[in-house]
Design a protein around this ligand. Structure first.
Ligand SMILES: NC(=O)c1ccc[n+]([C@@H]2O[C@H](COP(=O)([O-])OP(=O)(O)OC[C@H]3O[C@@H](n4cnc5c(N)ncnc54)[C@H](OP(=O)(O)O)[C@@H]3O)[C@@H](O)[C@H]2O)c1
Length: 263
């Protein structure tokens, strides 16, 4: 799909990766609608790239419905908003678990549910879901986050199969650790030496490629992390042992401390 002249609704557009994605889509000629809770941040970006803003709290099902209804003609949905939801399960309240499920999984599903039928009727459209390598490889301290990101992967793959031949593409993106901006950068976590990172621009380039070439899944991570995720898929117990021995629990504790305020 050529994005020039198409309308693109980007959720999480006030965040690190969402801003990069919005800039890339705007540079490619798309007409952007930027969503997030922080209207001031959305307005600043909208003024820079020439977009409209649609503030919404995606933890509220009514706001999700209203966002979709107000943008029913959307050609491209980038369901990117997400909470880090890091930490051991017992450290979460029930309300925090519900919010992570609402924002990270239910809202993307309901936006797709609301917007896809019109795309199918027009015979063209694209939906991108922002998952994570945590949606392919589970680790201590990411039980809630991984539940949402594995869920997104399954939803995206199945929806892609359902819409095959309709002219509507579906993609899932799997970033590893992204430097310079976004929830990993904000957490201030020190990774083990040699663990590579990628930039927000590499995520936005992958997102654009997913839409233009209708790619099902794209990882945005160094080769070693991609191989780790692949190993986790084919030999989960071995991968879990490797992660534990590499100090996974200590890293998880850093994420929990650095991201607790985003629950
Ligand atoms: N950064 C990474 O290393 C990394 C790696 C793998 C996957 N990801 C995924 O990439 C996506 C973007 O993350 P990021 O790094 O850009 O994080 P971020 O900077 O923390 O941004 C998160 C975005 O989600 C929005 N959001 C959070 N709660 C919301 C709510 N209740 N209603 C509406 N919007 C809400 C935020 O908007 P407001 O604050 O304005 O509400 C913000 O725009 C997420 O799905 C994340 O899981 C990131």
């Amino acid at each position: 799909m050529n994005v020039a002249g198409r309308t693109a609704l980007v959720t999480g557009a006030s965040g690190g990766l969402g801003q990069a994605i919005a800039r890339a889509l705007a540079a490619a000629g798309a007409k952007l609608v930027l969503s997030g809770r922080r209207a001031d941040v959305l307005e600043g970006l909208a003024a820079e790239i020439g977009a409209t803003v649609a503030p919404a709290d995606l933890s509220d099902p009514g706001s999700v419905r209203a966002l979709a209804a107000a943008h029913a003609g959307t050609d491209i949905l980038v369901a990117n908003a997400g909470l880090p939801a890091s930490g051991r399960l017992e450290s979460f309240t029930e309300e925090q678990i519900d919010r992570a499920l609402q924002v990270n999984l239910r809202a993307p599903m309901m936006l797709a549910h609301a917007l896809a039928p019109a795309m199918v009727a027009r015979g063209s459209g694209h939906i991108v879901f922002m998952s994570s390598l945590s949606g392919k490889a589970p680790a201590a301290g990411s039980s809630v986050y991984s539940a949402t990101k594995f869920g997104l992967r399954g939803f995206a793959g199945a929806l892609r199969a359902e819409l095959h031949g309709s002219g509507v593409g579906v993609s899932a993106i799997f970033p590893g650790f992204i430097r310079d901006a976004g929830m990993f950068e904000d957490a201030g976590v020190t990774l083990p030496r040699g663990t590579g990172t990628k930039s927000p621009e590499q995520v936005s380039t992958a997102t654009l490629r997913a839409i233009e070439r209708n790619r099902g899944e794209i990882d945005v991570a160094p080769l070693a992390l991609k191989l780790g995720a692949t190993l986790s898929g084919i030999a989960p117990e071995l991968a879990a042992t490797v992660t534990r021995k590499a100090g996974g629990d200590a890293i998880a504790a850093q994420f929990e401390a650095g991201q607790r305020d985003k629950r």
